[in-house]
Design a protein around this ligand. Structure first.
Ligand code: PMP
Length: 329
C-alpha cells in the first residue's frame, strides 16, 4: 500500500451525543484519519494526479498553493512522496501548529498578512503569481481547480452512499473551497434527489445567505474556525445542488468540539464543531428518525493553542460549556 492509497475510505462514526439529543442518526466521516490528517488530502492528491496526467507537472517540478493549512499539509506529504518541491503561501492568522507542521513536512512556507479576496495581496492571488514566476511550477488553485470537487464526487460521495447502505436523508457541511459540499452534494442528489443537502456556515461567511436567499452577503462577526467560510462562489461550489443552510456561531462550535472530546473521545478541529452543530440543526428541521451525515475534517491537535486553550477562548468571549448546550436543547 502507498501513502496515496491510504487517503480516503475513512470510517463513518456514529456521533452519540448529537444522535441522542435529536433522535436522529448523526454520522461523521472521520477525515482526520487520513495520512495528512484532514479532508484536504483527497483534493491535494487529485490535483497533483490531474496535473501529472495533463503534463503540466513533470518530475522534479514545483507545486505552489495558497492555503489555510490543510491543503498545504496534504500537498506537502504527496510532494515528499513524489519528489516535488512544495511552496505554501499561508495567511499569518492561521494556527502556529499548522505553520510549524508544514515546515516540518518540508514545505517552503511563506506567511502573508491576511487580505480580502478583492485585494491583490490575498494569499490565493499571491500563490498564483508566485507559481507563474517559477519555471516548472504549477499553482494547485484548490478554490477554482475542479479536480478538488471531483475527488469528493468520485470518492467521498460514493463512500457515504455505500457506508449508509443508501439510507441517508441529509448531508451537511461547511464550505471552504466548496470542494467537499460541491462534490458530495452532486453525487448524492444524482443517487436520490430527496436527500437534503445543506451548508453549515460560520458567522462572517456569505454562504448561508447565498444558499438560502441567493445573496452573496456576509452576516455576523468573523469566526474563530479556520479553513471554512467564504465570500465568493468558487468554481468548485458553482452549481452545487445545495437546498438550504444554517448559520452556526462560535459558541455552538466550541460547545460541540469540547462535548465530543469529553463524552466521546473525539478530538476534532473547529470546522468539525460547525459541521456537527449544522447536523443537529438539520436533525431538528427533519425531525427524529433520520440519518444525517457530516464531515469530521481534521483533528483538534491542530488547534491546541486556541480551541483547547481556555485563556485564548476567554479572550474571544467564549467558554466551553457542555451543560449550556444540553440546557439549550
Ligand atoms: N475544514 C477544514 C479544517 C479545512 O481546512 C477545510 C478546507 N479549507 C474545510 C473544512 C472545507 O473543505 P472544502 O475546502 O472542501 O470546502
Amino acid at each position: 500500500m502507498t501513502i496515496e492509497s491510504a487517503i480516503g475510505n475513512t470510517p463513518l462514526i456514529r456521533l452519540q451525543a448529537a444522535s441522542e439529543l435529536t433522535g436522529c442518526q448523526i454520522l461523521g466521516k472521520a477525515e482526520f484519519m487520513s495520512p495528512g490528517g484532514s479532508v484536504k488530502d483527497r483534493a491535494a492528491l487529485r490535483i497533483i494526479e490531474t496535473a501529472e496526467r495533463a503534463g503540466s507537472l513533470l518530475p522534479g517540478g514545483t507545486v505552489v498553493e495558497g492555503t489555510a493549512g490543510n491543503t498545504g499539509i496534504g500537498l506537502a506529504h504527496i510532494c515528499a512522496a513524489r519528489g516535488y518541491r512544495c511552496i505554501i503561501v499561508i495567511p499569518e492568522t492561521q494556527s502556529p501548529e499548522k505553520l510549524q507542521l508544514l515546515r516540518t513536512l518540508g514545505a517552503e512556507v511563506r506567511p502573508v498578512p491576511a487580505a480580502p479576496y478583492a485585494s491583490e495581496k490575498n494569499f490565493q492571488k499571491v500563490a498564483g503569481r508566485l507559481a507563474a514566476s517559477i519555471p516548472g511550477a504549477i499553482w494547485a488553485n484548490q478554490f477554482d481547480n475542479t479536480a478538488n470537487r471531483s475527488a469528493h464526487y468520485s470518492g467521498t460521495g460514493p463512500e457515504i452512499w455505500k457506508q449508509t447502505s443508501a439510507e441517508i436523508d441529509g448531508f451537511v457541511c461547511a464550505v471552504g473551497t466548496g470542494g467537499t459540499l460541491g462534490g458530495v452534494s452532486r453525487f448524492l442528489k444524482e443517487q436520490n434527489p430527496r436527500i437534503l443537502t445543506a451548508v453549515a456556515d460560520p458567522t462572517g461567511s456569505a454562504m448561508f445567505n447565498f444558499v438560502t436567499r441567493g445573496k452573496l452577503q456576509t452576516s455576523g462577526p468573523g469566526s474563530i474556525s479556520e479553513g471554512i467560510g467564504t465570500t465568493r462562489v468558487t468554481q468548485n461550489f458553482a452549481g452545487a445542488p445545495v437546498d438550504t443552510g444554517w448559520q452556526i456561531d462560535d459558541q455552538s462550535c466550541v460547545d460541540w468540539v469540547h462535548l465530543m472530546l469529553q463524552e466521546e473521545g473525539l478530538f476534532l478541529g473547529g470546522s468539525s464543531g460547525i459541521n456537527v452543530a449544522g447536523a443537529v440543526e438539520m436533525a431538528r428541521f427533519l425531525g427524529p428518525g433520520h440519518t444525517i451525515v457530516t464531515m469530521l475534517c481534521d483533528s483538534g491537535a491542530r488547534y491546541q493553542s486556541r480551541l483547547f486553550n481556555r485563556n485564548w477562548l476567554r479572550g474571544k468571549g467564549l467558554e466551553p460549556n457542555s451543560l449550556r448546550l444540553a440546557k439549550a436543547s
